[in-house]
Design a protein around this ligand. Structure first.
Ligand code: SF4
Length: 222
């Protein structure tokens, strides 16, 4: 006859105690829930898998890979097109003038950059900031998709034509796409104008503000 339920429970408790001791030996003194545990390691694992990537030709001209940054458990993720000159030098997304504007947009909905996650479709700067080519997108995009799957945001804000068209697999103009949510990988995706476009066309700031208000409303629903 097999073990009775009491023996099985005792064995389970012994195993849990041994596991907790092992975690403490590793310097981990908080038990993580099954939702919490895999998130940060997942992003780290994706970064590790990406490595010093040479999967497409864009690696030839880059200074640094721009993987993405922010809260790995964020409800809200912003996705831009590709790194520019400043981003390439610093290895961080949205740090030039357009980045400063994005920071102000985030703050306008009472959040900080640390509370959201920011990434791009493409992780290396295209030469002369040209548009990424289809094979470059096809090679790089799966890493962003894995990042989104790890973060599990509730809302994704696609910044600009390129990010919106790529994620939604459409050729529709951003002026027609923006202003409403689309389902994307279990999240709600809001396309809006890119901050760099706003720097040149300030008359569209009102539209972006309308889009951000909708994002804020959805964000507050929790
Ligand atoms: S753009 Fe993406 S796929 Fe191409 S080299 Fe950079 S990280 Fe790799």
């Amino acid at each position: 006859m097999g073990k009775n339920i009491q023996d099985e429970l005792l064995e389970l408790v012994t195993q849990i105690k041994a596991h907790v001791r092992y975690q403490k030996d590793l310097g981990i003194d908080t038990l993580l829930s099954s939702r919490e545990a895999p998130l940060v390691p997942d992003l780290a694992a994706i970064r590790q898998e990406l490595g010093e990537c040479t999967r497409c030709r864009l690696h030839q001209g880059r200074q640094r890979i721009v993987f993405g940054e922010g809260d790995p458990r964020s409800t809200l993720v912003f996705v831009g097109e590709a790194p520019g000159r400043e981003e390439d030098l610093q290895g961080r997304p949205f740090v030039g003038k357009a980045g400063e504007l994005l920071t102000r947009i985030i703050e306008a909905i009472d959040l900080t950059r640390d509370q959201v996650y920011i990434a791009n479709i493409i992780k290396c700067r295209p030469p002369e900031n040209r548009n990424p080519l289809p094979d470059e997108i096809a090679t790089c995009l799966p890493f962003l998709q894995k990042q989104l799957a790890a973060i599990k945001p509730k809302i994704i804000c696609a910044l600009g034509t390129f990010a919106a068209q790529t994620l939604l697999a459409t050729e529709e103009r951003i002026s027609l796409l923006r202003g409403r949510f689309y389902p994307y990988q279990g999240a709600l995706l809001m396309p809006t104008y890119h901050p760099a476009f706003l720097l040149r066309n300030s008359q569209y700031k009102r539209d972006v503000w309308e889009d951000m208000k909708k994002i804020r409303e959805e964000y507050l629903k929790g």
